[in-house]
Design a protein around this ligand. Structure first.
Ligand code: SAH
Length: 250
């Protein structure tokens, strides 16, 4: 009797099926998403909607809108406030401070007119959200916070999300003389007067965006360094920020 051998076509079919199943298993499209992935995907959808609403409110820099759409804002606030994370509102972050309203974050970022790789100093790290938006825009971020606890929490959140700005615990009025000059400086708390040491840490041709004024409200101001000793100022609307205070705190 002739020994029973498998037909070569049969072997080819088996080999084909194995290859297809291996390819599918390694392809994300066919993977069952983990619960945490689903939450992150939902959040980014919410962040996208938030960016669209900011566009309707007048933000036109697409790079700013894309950055807002890519940052999971809920990660920067307490879990109990999760449902408010993607509403255009400031929210408490402890120490009597707030994460800025998304419109304000976008408005200040737009006024900075950032170019990739520019060196940017932020005063008032707070939750770290604005720093994350700046990182998304591809700039070299330096940020100072006067509350040690907020500084440490922001660092943890940012690093967990894969953002690695240069974070400092200290008094923003001093700036960072060792890292100056900066292309742009962004102040996210309100000083009553333009901080002189920060002006001197601007590159010539660079500028600073700050809410200028007392507790009754501030004017969003852009201070441009046009030459070594010459600065110009322009005003861009009314806002309310927490005050910029001197010194550091626990
Ligand atoms: N950019 C922040 C907004 C935080 S509110 C965010 O995205 O969440 C302003 C922050 O400025 C507060 O955390 C406050 O503690 C900080 N701040 C106020 N005065 C400061 C100073 N002199 N130096 C550094 N940070 C200061």
């Amino acid at each position: 009797m002739k020994p029973k051998t498998k037909h070569p076509l049969f072997l080819i079919v088996i080999a084909f099926c194995c290859t297809v199943s291996i390819t599918c298993a390694s392809n994300n499209k066919y993977k069952q998403p983990k619960k945490s992935d689903i939450t992150m995907q939902d959040s980014l959808k919410e962040a996208q909607k938030l960016a669209q609403s900011l566009k309707r409110k007048g933000i036109s820099d697409e790079r700013v809108l894309t950055a807002i759409a890519n940052v999971p804002r809920h990660e920067f606030i307490d879990k109990s406030l999760r449902e408010h994370a993607y509403i255009d509102r400031p929210l408490p972050i402890g120490k009597d401070q707030t994460i800025s309203q998304p419109f304000t974050v976008a408005y200040q970022s737009e006024l900075l007119q950032l170019k990739p790789s520019e060196k940017v100093l932020e005063i008032g790290t707070g939750s770290g959200y604005q720093a994350a938006v700046l990182c998304e825009m591809g700039v070299d971020v330096y940020s100072i916070e006067r509350f040690q606890e907020l500084h440490l929490t922001a660092k943890e959140t940012l690093n967990k999300l894969g953002y690695h700005p240069n974070l400092f615990f200290g008094d923003g009025y001093e700036g960072l003389p060792d890292h100056a000059p900066f292309d742009k400086i962004l102040i996210t708390a309100a000083p009553k007067e333009i901080p002189q040491k920060l002006k001197q840490q601007l590159k010539i041709g660079g500028w600073m965006v700050l809410p200028l004024g007392g507790s009754q409200g501030q004017k969003m101001t852009v201070v441009k360094r046009v030459s070594k000793d010459k600065f110009t100022e322009s005003v861009h609307g009314d806002f309310i920020f927490v005050p910029m205070k001197e010194g550091t705190a626990e």
